[in-house]
Ligand binder design. Structure first.
Ligand code: 8YV
Length: 328
């Protein structure tokens, strides 16, 4: 159904195929250069917009939402919604949708990649070789850690946490998990996962920790300086969720002083800024927020956005209404 009176603002350049689908039916304001809109640009542009399609790089706060006098739907291109002021959206009768499910497997793949690479010090080993510092095989050269039999603590056992557990089960590790709600007995059996109500206890037992909870006011610095000090000497910490969940400065200090085994970080507390000490630490993988960066995932995320927009315009409840989620 063509509804050219409906104005949609897409803040970043989405896959061509996705933008085309929206342009066929609606009046779309797109961002051809993909340059991130400044706060003021966004505030100005949103004035005549009915539907906003933002990304994780846009902060949609109360003032922006209130500037959207006609705004009725925020169809986030992404799973996490910490970039949006959900309370104000609700107060202003603006519905919010996201793109769950479709980036789960790709994110879990990246987690596994980092766990394996860090455990076996792949980056360090390659640096040595490329840097011309390899003088040949030695019995104690670049020794890593065996994965099999290790304890992996998963914080947040929602879709992504469980997809990570599935992959790790094949490697013969022990899965420990902490979650707001305990999983059903059946799911615990499927994932061979042991529940820890006490996060500190789980952390102190884990050889590897992977973070998969959403960023909310409750999870800000969940991995505080105090908690980070509970990590085992060789512990590896992986974060593909949100940087704000870890006290980045405290983590960087531990890594720099070699008090833990390593870290794989795809997200940072003040993106795109990164704590300098992380660059100077050994056995870290630092990635520019690429956990869902596959062609397949971006198209699937876009399709989810289109579905949410179209059902909203057709007067139906959008399938990925955020209000109905977040109870895992
Ligand atoms: C996406 C993410 O790339 O979906 C999320 O929550 O963090 C990322 O993997 C990003 O959100 C796109 O807006």
């Amino acid at each position: 159904m063509v509804r050219k009176n409906i104005v949609i603002l897409i803040t970043r350049k989405l896959p061509e195929k996705i933008e085309k689908k929206l342009k066929e039916d609606f009046n779309v304001l797109s961002n051809k250069t993909d340059r991130k809109l400044s706060y003021n640009e966004l505030k100005k542009k949103i004035a005549d917009v009915d539907i906003l399609i933002p990304c994780v790089s846009d902060t949609i706060d109360a003032s922006i939402i209130k500037s959207g006098k006609k705004l009725r739907l925020i169809a986030n291109f992404g799973n996490g919604v910490d970039n949006l002021d959900l309370v104000t959206a609700k107060e202003e009768n603006v519905l919010v949708t996201n793109t769950p499910d479709v980036l789960t497997e790709d994110t879990a793949d990246l987690v596994l990649t980092m766990i394996l690479m860090i455990s076996r010090k792949v980056i360090e080993a390659q640096k040595k070789l490329i840097g011309g510092k390899w003088s040949g095989w030695g019995p104690s050269e670049t020794l890593g850690q065996r994965i099999k039999g290790k304890n992996v603590g998963i914080i947040g056992m929602g879709r992504i946490g469980r997809a990570v557990a599935n992959r790790l089960n094949i490697l013969g590790v022990n899965i420990l998990y902490h979650n707001r709600k305990r999983l059903s007995k059946t799911l615990e059996r499927v994932h061979k996962a042991k529940y820890f109500d006490n996060l500190d206890l789980m952390i102190s037992k884990s050889d590897i920790i992977s973070i998969h909870c959403p960023y909310t006011p409750e999870t800000f610095h969940l991995m505080s300086k105090k908690r980070l000090n509970l990590l085992k000497k060789n512990c590896i910490i992986i974060n593909t969720s949100r940087g704000e969940i870890i006290d980045e400065q405290a983590l960087a200090n531990l890594l720099f002083q070699k008090k833990i085994g390593g870290a794989g970080l795809d997200v940072f507390e003040h993106e795109p800024e990164i704590t300098q000490k992380l660059f100077e630490s050994n056995n870290v993988i630092l990635l520019p927020h690429i956990s869902s960066a596959t062609f397949e995932s971006r198209i699937a995320m876009g399709d989810r956005v289109v579905k949410n927009v179209k059902s909203f315009v057709n007067g139906k409840v959008p399938p990925d209404l955020v209000d109905k989620q977040y109870d895992e």
